[in-house]
Design a protein around this ligand. Structure first.
Ligand SMILES: [Zn+2]
Length: 165
């Protein structure tokens, strides 16, 4: 799943569950893995990537990734911070948690793989990436609908939990 969707859904799900930034960071990580488990698109929709590596990405995909991330961040900032006046610090920590598993896998894979636990974690995380083999238009459209559905469901959760907290 791409980073912008991770940020929107993690904030929608976590912002009303804690006031503690560290709690927000941990929830962000948990909701990242939840998002990864659900059917989703990865960058290998466009080309054959089996590893999460920024270096091997062509320029246009890097640009796409940066735009998707910016849209996700901007939408979340306007929606949760400007409209719903949620804590900016909490938002920052949840957003960091929401992309942290991918950041670790991209930038700190070697360091993590030195340790048994780190290796198990990287393998656990990678299990849910790049699963898409059928890249037909129909499949990609279906995944797009799934992802939109996940965003809408998490926003509904945000509104329901907003009334209770
Ligand atoms: Zn991931």
């Amino acid at each position: 799943m791409l980073p912008g969707i991770h940020i929107i859904t993690a904030n929608a799900l976590a912002l009303n569950l804690t006031k503690n930034p560290i709690g927000g960071l941990l929830l962000g990580i948990v909701f990242h893995h939840l998002g990864d488990i659900l059917p989703h698109k990865d960058l290998n929709v466009f080309q054959n990537y089996n590893e999460i590596s920024i270096k091997q990405l062509p320029k246009n995909l890097k640009l796409f990734l940066a735009s998707e991330l910016s849209i996700g961040l901007l939408f979340s900032f306007i929606y949760f911070i400007l409209f719903f006046k949620k804590s900016f610090l909490l938002f920052l920590f949840i957003s960091l948690g929401a992309v942290l598993p991918d950041l670790i896998t991209i930038f700190f894979k070697k360091a993590f793989e030195k340790y048994g636990f780190g290796r198990r974690y990287i393998n656990f995380h990678k299990k849910f990436h790049f699963k898409l083999k059928d890249k037909s238009f129909k499949t990609i459209l279906l995944l797009q609908i799934y992802e939109l559905f996940f965003i809408i469901l998490s926003l509904i959760f945000f509104h329901l939990s907003n009334n209770f907290v």
